[in-house]
Design a protein around this ligand. Structure first.
Ligand code: SF4
Ligand code: SF4
Ligand code: SF4
Length: 531
């Protein structure tokens, strides 16, 4: 018995040591980064090894959210190596794409200079191939017969260690899962999938990032990312409705809530309820529905369109959040579902909903898939169903930032390249002056805003400032060469990030806004033409 106790306590001591070592290695340090000069050029930097190794997000340590999400409490679990390999094995078996991506990289280097975080930080660990290599080394060591038999040095693998865990926690949280690297990879390797899998493995051993998981917890358990209770949502939307009625002087323009039998269930990020500039798009949506004469409703149960569950490989989280939308659609007996301006919301709604909860054969057969608000608005514009005064936007020369989760998601409107052309069609339909940014920074080759997929927290400000560089340079080029002075977006995270980065880089925050902000300005209310 005495021997057993000694073994137990020494094993416990090792576990405590491992946890302490890892906590020290990933300790959050507030790091400030300066913006660069805007020249309009996107340059591939000379590498600076480990230049961003100290930038890590804060850990979630609060017990209740960790328990609700089903993750360990107290940091690194004692048997972490076993848990790590079990979770990785599960992922490799369940998501064949991850295994394939680990197997087929030919080290061609085509992706090395394509990531905004590498361009911004010059840290070679932010090259997509190097980021994925962190997982490939473990894969080769533990999941190939050569690695199992001969050990890590014969397969250029890595044994599991606290140092390796810290590298994972650092660099898989310097990836916004934007998938730009995948566009240029001749093998079609999607590093975002590898990042999602890595984050899920980190969660399983007890290293859970704070910002993203606090939001997932609120969305699952309260119903929206901001943690607003139902009465607060009703109050916020009533306030928006009052403002609308007062500013438009139209007493019957509404933001309907929980109205059974409406034609449309409209879902949007909760940031649209009051954040700036997001709320301007909410005014725009309401004006479009009002003018089209289509009955619509928002839902207190599905009060969040955004779905942070997509940012890790645990589809359970994503499903739980998405489920509220389908429950609301059934309960309110709507005929169709339309989504507002949000990048990852659109990707989940358009790409994953059907697999998770479909087929939606109980919806109007003309709209079996959720629609994007831009699809809906462009159709009305094309049919002449909205009276528009484009001169209302004449103070702007508008450009568009393609949000990655839309641009590299499924096509919009069932048409090839619809995700590029439909939003641009709406902008052109309500503005006289539109200019694109340089070709290598838009559409399928768009650069992330620098804060996607769980990196929008203040703890990641250094990464945000550096990751925004390609977009800021492209915008400044368009500003200088084409007189652009407004960037229109359809992603809530991009709006939040760019409206912070613009002033950081010396550009007015007011130059950022939603596409439906422009629609809302140009629409002539009360005129019923051609419906
Ligand atoms: S998915 Fe985006 S952020 Fe991640 S490595 Fe590729 S380019 Fe970089
Ligand atoms: S482009 Fe694709 S194949 Fe080439 S190094 Fe990058 S991930 Fe590997
Ligand atoms: S925040 Fe916007 S630009 Fe960045 S990854 Fe998400 S959709 Fe893309």
């Amino acid at each position: 018995m005495a021997d057993d106790k000694t073994t137990d306590s020494s094993a416990q001591g090792d576990a405590n040591d491992a946890n302490a070592r890892v906590q020290a290695l990933i300790k959050y340090v507030k790091i400030k980064e300066k913006p660069v000069e805007l020249t309009g050029e996107i340059k591939v930097p000379c590498i600076k090894p480990n230049s961003f190794i100290d930038v890590k997000p804060q850990l979630l340590t609060a017990i209740e959210p960790l328990q609700r999400l089903g993750y360990p409490i107290g940091g690194l679990v004692p048997n972490w190596k076993e848990v790590f390999l079990k979770k990785m094995d599960e992922i490799l078996k369940k998501y064949r794409s991850v295994k394939l991506f680990l197997d087929i990289c030919v080290r061609c280097g085509a992706c090395t200079d394509k990531c905004h975080y590498f361009i911004g930080t010059a840290d070679p660990n932010n090259m997509p191939v190097a980021r994925a290599e962190l997982m490939r080394k473990v894969y080769r060591r533990y999941f190939t017969w050569q690695g199992k038999l001969l050990g890590s040095k014969f397969v250029n693998g890595s044994d599991l260690s606290e140092e390796l865990l810290a590298m994972w926690y650092t660099y898989f949280y310097q990836c916004s899962e934007c998938r730009r690297c995948a566009v240029f990879c001749p093998s079609g390797i999607d590093t975002a999938e590898i990042t999602m899998a890595a984050r899920e493995i980190l969660n399983s051993v007890g290293l859970v990032q704070k910002y993203m998981h606090e939001i997932i917890d609120k969305a699952q358990n309260i119903g929206n990312n901001l943690g607003m209770q139902q009465n607060a949502i009703v109050n916020a939307l009533e306030f928006v409705q009052d403002e609308l009625q007062e500013t438009t002087e139209i007493p019957d323009i509404r933001i309907p809530i929980d109205e059974e039998g409406a034609d449309v269930l409209f879902v949007t990020p909760s940031a649209d309820f009051f954040a700036s500039p997001h709320i301007e798009s909410l005014y725009g949506y309401a004006k479009v529905f009002h003018q089209a004469g289509i009955s619509w409703t928002m839902s207190t149960h599905a009060s969040e369109g955004g779905n942070f569950g997509m940012f890790v490989h645990n589809y359970g989280n994503m499903k739980k959040i998405n489920k509220r939308i389908w429950e609301a659609a059934r309960d309110l007996k709507v005929k169709r579902v339309i989504g507002g301006e949000c990048g990852h919301m659109w990707r989940v709604l358009s790409s994953y909903s059907n697999t998770m909860f479909g087929p939606f054969d109980w919806l109007d057969s003309r709209y079996p898939r959720p629609q994007h608000i831009c699809e809906f608005t462009l159709d009305l514009l094309n049919r002449g169903a909205l009276k528009i005064d484009k001169t209302a936007n004449d103070e702007f020369v508008v450009t568009m930032h393609d949000s990655c989760q839309v641009a590299r998601g499924l096509e919009m409107g069932g048409t090839k390249y619809g995700q590029f052309e439909i939003p641009r069609g709406v902008i052109r339909g309500v503005c006289n002056r539109f200019e694109d940014m340089p070709e290598n920074t838009i559409k399928e080759r768009t650069f992330c805003c620098g804060a996607g997929q769980g990196l929008l927290g203040d703890d990641m400000i250094a990464t945000r400032v550096k990751g925004a560089i390609p977009r800021m340079q492209a915008y400044s080029y368009a500003k200088r060469e084409k007189g652009v002075n407004f960037v229109a977006l359809i992603c809530a995270i991009c709006k939040a990030q760019l409206s912070k980065m613009f002033p950081t880089y010396g550009i007015a925050m007011e130059e950022v806004g939603g596409i439906h902000q422009l629609v809302g300005r140009a629409i002539v209310l009360g005129a019923k033409e051609g419906i």
